[in-house]
Design a protein around this ligand. Structure first.
Ligand SMILES: [Zn+2]
Length: 311
């Protein structure tokens, strides 16, 4: 029960990763529908998927593989990120979301090693990745289902010997001001350097961060600007940034998101900021948002039933 309450509290505090499937990030338009991968195997299985995946405590003993899309999938053979490493700590262990595909684990370790070279940073505090077998969650995220999404705390780690209870109690810090139109005084060049390193990594597909931070980086970036393409403005994401990995090389059954539109995306991010500062009037012809149905096992790729049932 305590664990449940903690999870709900954190979910409310970090209600940032609820909808992370922007294709072309057009400012406040409703998010496009996630890529759907419909099962041919589970067609009549109407069990609510998050209850099943949320109740499974360990990874499946299968070869490592991601199935489906970031917001409609699962993962086989996940690895658990070590709770504490030389340059990282996994936070909020009670959530049991420090599981991911091997490529993701390797990336986290590499990025944390780079972060540890930055003044004021001992490494990285790592937030949610995925559940042991991925899939939908009872609280907190729509994506993070395939072992390819990582939340990285914005709080610069000043020590990496936090106890388990300390990692439940400690909170990250917000980087935003004016509802996300600008960064605040906690934002540093080291944040930019770490995000730049992440975005420059070929394993990474996208990074989600609040619009003011993207614009700040557009204004301060020097030299090659190609990395800015992967840094996408999105709602929330001021306590953490979200790294989304590409499907691993040759991973059949794993669905990539369409790449971001060409260019540095800076004009688009500026438009987000303008819309925060001067919200456009609501469109009277906009259709009402469709109610979001719970994902059933039938909505997931067929392999996800095997993942769920595997040892
Ligand atoms: Zn996230």
């Amino acid at each position: 029960m305590v664990r449940f309450i903690a999870a709900v509290t954190i979910a409310l505090a970090l209600a940032a990763c609820q909808a992370e499937e922007p294709a072309a990030s057009t400012p406040p338009a409703p998010p496009p529908q996630p890529t759907t991968t419909i099962s041919s195997q589970n067609v009549s299985d109407l069990r609510i998927a998050k209850r099943l995946f949320g109740a499974t405590p360990v990874a499946s003993s299968q070869p490592a593989q991601s199935f489906g899309g970031y917001a409609r999938g699962c993962q086989a053979g996940a690895q658990q990120l070590a709770e504490t490493g030389p340059t990282w700590q996994a936070m909020r262990l009670s959530r049991n979301r420090n599981w991911a595909q091997p490529e993701t684990i390797g990336f986290v370790q590499d990025l944390s090693r780079f972060a540890a070279t930055q003044p004021g940073w001992e490494g990285l505090y790592i937030g949610d990745m995925s559940q042991p077998r991925g899939g939908p969650m009872l609280t907190g995220h729509r994506s993070h289902q395939t072992g390819l999404d990582i939340d990285v705390w914005m709080l610069p780690p000043d020590r990496l010997d936090l106890s388990v209870p300390e990692r439940e109690a400690l909170s990250s810090i917000s980087m935003r001001r004016e509802r996300g139109a600008f960064t605040n005084d906690s934002w540093t060049p080291q944040h930019e350097a770490i995000i730049r390193a992440a975005a420059s990594d070929p394993r990474v597909a996208r990074i989600f961060i609040f619009p003011g931070a993207k614009v700040a980086m557009c204004n301060s970036a020097t030299g090659d600007r190609a990395w800015l393409n992967k840094v996408r403005p999105w709602w929330g994401h001021h306590y953490h940034f979200h790294v989304r990995m590409n499907c691993p090389e040759g991973a059949a059954g794993c669905t990539n998101q369409a790449p971001p539109p060409a260019g540095d995306g800076c004009a688009d991010a500026q438009q987000w900021v303008n819309n925060i500062l001067n919200p456009p009037p609501p469109n009277p012809n906009a259709p009402p948002p469709a109610p979001r149905a719970e994902l059933t096992m039938a909505n997931l790729p067929g392999q996800c039933l095997d993942v769920l049932n595997a040892q």
